[in-house]
Design a protein around this ligand. Sequence first.
Ligand code: GDP
Ligand code: IMO
Ligand code: MG
Length: 431
Amino acid sequence: MAASTRNAAVIGAQWGDEGKGKIVDLLCERFDVVARYQGGHNAGHTVKFADQHFALRLIPSGILHSDKLCILGNGMVIDPEALLEEIEKLRAMGVRIEENLKISDSAHVILPYHRAIDLAREEAAGEGKIGTTGRGIGPAYETKVSRYGIRVADLLDQDVLRDKIEFACAEKNAVLKFYGKPAFQPKDLVDAYFRHGQVLASRITSGTVLLNDQIRAGKSVMFEGAQGMMLDVDHGTYPFVTSSNTVVGGVCTGLGIAPKHIHRVIGVVKAYTTRVGGGSFPTELNDKDGEHLRARGNEFGTVTGRPRRTGWLDLPVLRTSAMLNGIDAIALTKLDVLDDFAEIPVCTTYKVRGATWKTFPAFAVDHHEYQPEYKTMRGWRTSTAGVTSYDDLPQAAKDYVRFIADETGAPITIISTGPRREETILRDEGV
Ligand code: GDP
Ligand code: IMO
Ligand code: MG
């Protein structure tokens, strides 16, 4: 592979659940290393092949290929209990997890008080809640930025861990008291988290040095994104976002690599739109079409099982995503889910307060203020499920694909027609 395309980022271009897991797994064979740069076990990445079905949360989807080195980067927030559980589950399914899984010593640790605060805040917010996954993600990033977080390296030194947990726990207990929730005993946490550190010790390393050494040695790296661009804490539908930088810029800070090492950005785009949790969703459908997308697309959360909100494809979202991430190529997923529609509207612009928007406005806009403007595409009403050749797609499906490429300015080099690895059209071997 040419040096200039060696490393690639695979990034969600919408509100998450675009099918990143499937695409990472599919492209994995071309890479030596797969690294996650942000998020935690709020992610749920599904990989299906043969009769197997994996749901990955913290561990990069590359782990299913036993010869790939997988790295959990410093930009992640890691719940050791969730990680140990995931390792055990995957091992029980025959996945090899030995020296092929490494954890950055600078990643931050999610503790039980983070989880409790996440849940308490959501409960207290009532109707205005964000609809988080309840995994403690936001509170853990908040502690990191406030500079009293516990890092993975701290799990290995009992004295350091004790000091840090005692300090943090006192404050977190005060917050929990505010919400009327029970306090945590620092001693119990120190004992439990030191033990977790001992179990994970052989995996804990300087992720930054490890990754840069790999790059220097000419290894190819895939940067696996979690969540989606519209959930980015800076660029998404704030405050209805996750607490990390999901955009490609997060790769540099979340792994400690220079921008010049990101050679290519693949944006994963679902052929329609979904979202879990609260916040704006201009093309949302609350009718039988939305119900059909949910049922046919099996749109229920991998992590929480919540029904996903569904709607038509939203080009202002994709244009924003292409701009922020510099998307070089699109992997379009779940085309088959649109098979039954006679007509498929696509949102081309919005009218907001009298102005036309081709990208997503950053200022807070009430849901009812978005007036999506649609172009109606012809449906194909033929099964595309499992199609593996572009030529075998009905003309209307080709038109749909072409329209998205033209409007976003990015070629669509992968088209996914089913959840399994083999249900894929690869249009450009150089992706
Ligand atoms: P991720 O978080 O971006 O990895 O996506 P999820 O795994 O949470 O959600 C995507 C869902 O769609 C999973 O259940 C996949 O198995 C499924 N999926 C992926 N690609 C396709 C496709 O092309 N067609 C269909 N029907 N399902 C797909
Ligand atoms: P993957 O990687 C879809 C959403 C939550 C909520 C908001 C904040 O599978 O695409 P958080 O727990 O992160 O504080 O919740 O972000 N969210 C996701 N939605 N896919 C995900 O991950 C998500 N991770 C978080 O539903 O709206
Ligand atoms: Mg998911």
